[in-house]
Ligand binder design. Structure first.
Ligand SMILES: Nc1ncnc2c1ncn2[C@@H]1O[C@H](COP(=O)(O)OP(=O)(O)O)[C@@H](O)[C@H]1O
Ligand SMILES: [Mg+2]
Length: 404
């Protein structure tokens, strides 16, 4: 769960310029020039330009961009492996750019866990010792650190592998050890710089799935670098897109897909399949006819005919969705000669409903079974809207636009 009230990382006006005598690029005649011009004129390389970001507690935050766009510079700046040139980075309200080296080392150890693309495991140490390594550095006693290491290895699915050496493990498993090592410190913030980029596609997807599951339990703040759009869309609560050291767009996966800020972002997202990103809520429309379970058949039928519809969605007093009823069935009730004060539950057809955050991709399996537009309900089964199968197919053919 993202804690909206609690911003954990606040980055303000942040610059990183690589090179000598970097302050000079803040002169009037240089500061507005492009990265390329600055490099040509001064030899300095702009790694980050005037970055402003806020990351919330518990958020899965993605940094995405082409190679050289500044992702690693930014994530490394958060732990001051990169010393920034200008601006501030507040973490839990403390500006880390102002900390002394000693303070920073302490702060880093207690606050962060890191996982990088190269697993960074120590080859002569067992899996268990690798997982416990961070704790050892922190001076945690042997018994306690092994206990914790066993625990986190189990968390990442490596129970039984404790005594092996890293080289006898596959890439995916080595990265799990890396993750276990990062988690052993129980860090508030996990930093992951392209952790899955070295893995085969299948293993990679599996690791992504596991990370999603893990995060639903751990609820850490995660800053995750990738240049893979699908990875970003799958994992991220929000995505910041970088180009030439600048942030060009920040948004939820859905924001980014539906409203790319410029051509650069558009290029990124055009390969994305909207069905993998857009959710039911974005294509749902209002219910044309709501039938109240306590109405009599005559009233219900009149309302239905008034809207020129052949069916209605039946709800109870709390707007809880009960099923659908057809005009034909209402007519049958009227013709039967019996007096109905309200709609009998035997006349209500049960149909499958979906939640608004279901991916459109997953609606394809529901749609064919539903003879009617799919009802969308909230977690208390209250009726929110409906989705027709036409809308589902339109949404994927029109590149994700809202089709209502
Ligand atoms: N140590 C360095 N010295 C000089 N330039 C660097 C250094 N590290 C990165 N850069 C430059 O900074 C820019 C951003 O790099 P980086 O943060 O590594 O991007 P990304 O991780 O998105 O690929 C690039 O132009 C890169 O060449
Ligand atoms: Mg990088």
């Amino acid at each position: 769960m993202i804690d909206d009230t609690n911003t954990q990382i606040v980055i303000k006006d942040l610059w990183k310029v690589y090179g000598k005598d970097t302050k000079r690029i803040f002169q009037k005649n240089l500061i507005n020039k492009s990265k390329e011009e600055i490099q040509n004129e001064t030899g300095c390389i702009v790694g980050m330009r005037d970055i402003n970001l806020e990351i919330k507690k518990g958020e899965f935050y993605i940094l995405m961009g082409l190679s050289g766009s500044g992702k690693s510079t930014l994530i490394r700046a958060l732990i001051r492996l990169v010393k920034t040139t200008k601006g501030s980075i507040e973490i839990n309200g403390e500006d880390i750019t102002k900390m002394s080296s000693d303070q920073m080392i302490q702060f880093r150890r207690k606050t962060f866990g890191m996982v990088f693309q190269s697993y960074g495991l120590l080859p002569h140490m067992s899996v268990l010792d690798n997982a416990a390594y961070g704790l050892k550095i922190r001076g945690v006693g042997k018994e306690e650190r092994y206990k914790k290491a066993h625990e986190v290895l189990e968390t990442v699915g490596l129970k039984g592998w404790e005594d092996y050496f890293p080289t006898s493990l596959s890439g995916g498993m080595q990265q799990r050890v890396g993750l276990a090592r990062a988690l052993a410190n129980d860090p508030e913030i996990l930093l992951m710089d392209e952790p899955f980029s070295g893995l085969d596609p299948l293993i990679r997807r599996q690791m992504q799935d596991e990370l999603v599951e893990l995060q639903s339990k751990l609820q850490k703040t995660i800053v995750f670098v990738t240049h893979d759009l699908h990875e970003a869309l799958k994992l991220g609560d929000r995505i910041a897109i970088l180009r030439n050291g600048e942030v060009v767009q920040v948004g939820t996966p859905e924001d980014i897909i539906t409203h790319p800020a410029d051509d650069y972002v558009q290029d990124f997202v055009q390969d994305a399949s909207p069905a993998k990103v857009l959710t039911a809520s974005s294509i749902m429309s209002d219910i044309p006819v709501i039938t109240y379970a306590w109405e009599g058949p005559k009233t219900a039928l009149t309302l239905m005919r008034g809207q020129k519809k052949r069916m209605g969605y039946v709800v109870d007093q709390n707007r809880k969705f009960l099923g659908v009823i057809t005009a034909k069935e209402l007519q049958r009730l009227l013709d039967s000669g019996e007096k109905y004060k309200s709609i009998p539950s035997s006349s209500i057809e049960l149909v499958e409903s979906v939640h608004p955050d279901v991916l459109i991709e997953d609606l394809f399996s529901v749609a064919p079974q539903n003879p009617y537009p799919i009802p969308v309900v909230d977690e208390n089964d209250r009726l929110l809207g409906r989705i027709s199968s036409d809308t589902i197919f339109d949404s994927i053919s029109s590149n994700g636009g809202n089709n209502e």
